[in-house]
Each structure stands twice: as structure tokens, then as C-alpha cells.
Design a protein around this ligand. Sequence first.
Ligand code: AHR
Length: 541
Amino acid sequence: MNSLPRRRFLQQAATLGAACSADFKFARFSWAQTASSGANAATRVYLDSRRTLPPIDRNLFGSFLEHLGRAIYGGIYDPGSKLSDANGFRKDVLDEVKHLGVPIIRYPGGNFVSGYRWLDGVGPKKDRPRVLEKAWDSIETNQFGTNEFMAWCKAVGTAPLMGLNLGTGTPEQAAALVEYCNVEKGTHWSDLRREHGVAEPYHVQHWCLGNEMDGPWQIGHMSATEYGLKAADAARQMRYVDHSLKLIACGSSGPFMPTYLEWDREVLEHCYDYVDGLSLHRYFGNVRETNGDSTKYLAMNLSMERQIAETAAVCDYVQGRKRSAKKLWLSFDEWNVWYRANSGDAVDGKRQEAPHLLEEVYNLEDALLVGGLLNSLIRNSDRVKIACLAQLVNVIAPIMTNANGLLRQTILYPYSWALQFGRGAALKLLVESPEYEVSGMDHVPYVDISATYNAESKEISVFVLNRDLSKSREVELQWEVHAPSSVVNSQILTGDDLKAANSFEAPERVKPRPFDKPSTSGTQTRFEVPPRSYTVIQWSL
Ligand code: AHR
């Protein structure tokens, strides 16, 4: 099965008026966002370093690599390339990901995982089978598998978020993979790993129990009850091997699903006691959902916040029904913009090795929305503990490769800022911003803000999305406890053309530039953000 049926499924759902994102009514979920009087008034933000959420889990800024298209082969692994090391790892990509400091990377899928036999990808490379990969109709050579991924993670300095096959795979095979990865020695599967040349166990902590099992496009798709029971069984068997695991059950594939939330409830009725987190997925676009209206598109992150609130509510409902002391956290383990390379040749592997699939080209407005989505994740970091920008290399990705090097797509920049500056804890801001109206939505603030406070380094970072397409917006920060002493860093991503994108020929068409350091007078800092912009400013207190 390839992803064409998923496309068709989405279209049908929209036609039938199912809960697709276009019909999703927006509401204010940023807890303290209020309208300020006057359409041109300054956005006033009150910051108090005593009012924070719990510390942000670094895994909030994770990413994802699937055996899909050129993500692995030709992306991170390219043994024939002049740019690769002795392991076949692309050095330029490795350095870029290491430099970004991505904390956790989901692998090996995605839709791919639901038909993947992990045993095909371990042991001597010459003995590994070349198989027909059914999710994307590609050829999988299995030259890159679990041990290569673990070695790459170590080289990059990231942690694996391992996906398990709960489509064609069994709970027994899932537990065997845990044993292969995490048991030191003296058992069948741990000794097999040692035979494969890896003496030390990997101690993989985080595991996804399948992928999008609610979707009719998924290999092994099943009902919520069937999946809930299977996930519970897999979790039990995996914990018999290693009780310290953190396990994530498959939630709904998105609000467009007719079974949205009902799937989550039913699944959790069966496996709540055995798991730690529930997954959410979401891809945004500027056609079907918005009719190409960029003012609406730039507000889509508010819809992500609604999805988080609704999914958390279901988790808490089941918690209450079960009288459980345990509160589940959320794993938003696929999120991004994806709406161009999602049909026809872009999703059809044509039985090729490493075909060009899902090679979305990102423009400025996509990067601005990605900034907004990161703001939303930061504001919800008390509940969302893992989130993965889907994906990382060549496939709906911030990093693209060709034979001669890599390209930074526009969306890389807001992501890199979250990684660099989004440290410590999210501040509970009080924001008063002028708003605008968009059809089918509630009022949307022109200025969307999140902020983090790092108590160790005494630094505050503020991330500002100006959704106004034509006007600059004034921002007034009111420091309620400490006024900052100096600006450590300030950068902006903006431009005249929302549709401008980078390419190998023009790699720096859209890139950040320094933002004039705002000065602080007394307890107030004022600055102006230009239209169509995403800005980060970091102060030292
Ligand atoms: O990330 C691309 C695909 O989108 C993944 O394989 C799947 O989980 C989702 O539908």
C-alpha cells in the first residue's frame, strides 16, 4: 500500500464534511491572550520570571527520519559519496544535525515501520534482503538498519525514538527488538547483537507502539479496540524485557479523521495503564485548509493548540474513568507543513531505490508558520514532552542534499532558534494584542509570542511571529520582576515575498539577518517587528 490511498482518504473526508482542519473552528488556547483595544495598538506582553511552566523537555524539539525517499539513502547515508565517511555517513549532514543539537530522532517510520522486519536490517550487509517496501512502493536494500542508526545517533549526539511495527509485526517481535537493543548479554537476542559486533547495549528509552494505526492507509490498520489490546500486550512484553521504557501509544492521525478523539479514547481504555504517552500528528497546508489565504495560514498554529487541548482532555477523561494516578504526556511526533509534494509522483516510489519522494520546497510563509507552531509547542510544554519536526533530511525536510552538498530550507531557521534559544521553562505570559478576523475562525492576534526563561544562565528568549502581512507591529514588553541587562542575541526572518524559497542555485534567498537590539528603559522594552516576520530576541537578566 502506498500513500495514495491516504490522499484519497483525506479528500473524501473533506468532501463528506468530516472533521478536517479547514472546518476546524479556532479558539484562543494561549491561556492569557486577550485583545487589546485599537487595531493599531501595540502588543503588550507582561513577563514574570516567577511564572513559568515546568522545565521544557529538550525532546520537545526532536525530529524524524523514515526509510522513505532519500531521507536515509542519499540523505544521511550515502556510501558512494565523496562527502561520506568510512561508515557511509554523509559528513556534511552529520555536522549540520550535530550543530543543530537535535535531542531525539524518531526512526524508522512512519508508514514504513508498519511493514518493516527489523531482522532484515541487522547482521552482515551482504546477507540482508532487498525487499519491496509496500508503504511507498520502493525498493528497500536494508543496507542501513538498527545498528547503523544507533551508530549515526551516537555520532550526531542525539537519542533514538524507536518506532515498532505493530502492523504486520507482533508484540513478540517488538519485545525481541527491545531485547536486541537493551539487554547486555546472555539471551538469544542480546547475543545476536553481540554477534553483530555491538557489545554494549543501547538502552533505548523511548518507543512508539506502531504508527497511525487508525488510518485505512496503514499496513495492518485495525480497529481501536484491536490496536488498544495489541499495544497493551506489546507494552507488557516489552516491559518484561526492560521495565524502564517510556512507551507511546498511537493516537489519532489528526483532526481530519472521522474517528478523531474517539479512537484515542477507545485505545486508551485498553492500554492506559501500560503506556506513558499518546501520539499526535498534524501537517498544515495553504490550499485546502485556507483557500490560499495567508492570513489564515499563519494562524494555523492555533489549531495545533486546539488539537493538543482536545487530546489532553481525552487522556484526562480516561485517567478519571480509571481512577488512575498517572497522567499521560503527549508526543507530537509528526508535525510540519506538507501540502505540495503529497500526491502523484511525489508519493510513488515506482519500485526504485531511494526515489525522490515528498521533496517539499519550503517558502518564507511556511517558515513563519513553523515559527508559530514552535511557539505553540513551547506554550504547551507542560503537556507535550516529545515533538518531532517531520522530517529531517530530503523528505518534507529542513535539510536537502545533492551530490555536492546540502541546502538549508527556510523552515530550518525557526527550528534552529527553538533548539538554540528555547531553553529552561516556558514563561506564562500575559499578552494583549490587536486581532484580525479570518473567515471560519475566531479572532486571531496579529502578534503571536512565546518566551522561555533559563534559570541557570539567567537568560530570557522571546519568539515573535507578526502575522500582519502589510504592517509593522509595535511590541511592548513589561518586565514585572527583573528588567534585562543586555541583549545577547537578536535575529529576524522576513522578506517582501511570502513565496520566496531557497534552492541549490540561490541558497540564501531567505535567511535570518540581525535584528536591531532593542533598548530597555526602566521596566519596559519597546521594539517594532516588520510585517511577515518571525523574530527571536535573547536577553541576559
Ligand atoms: O511523514 C510522512 C508520513 O506521514 C509518515 O510516514 C506517516 O506517518 C504520515 O502519514
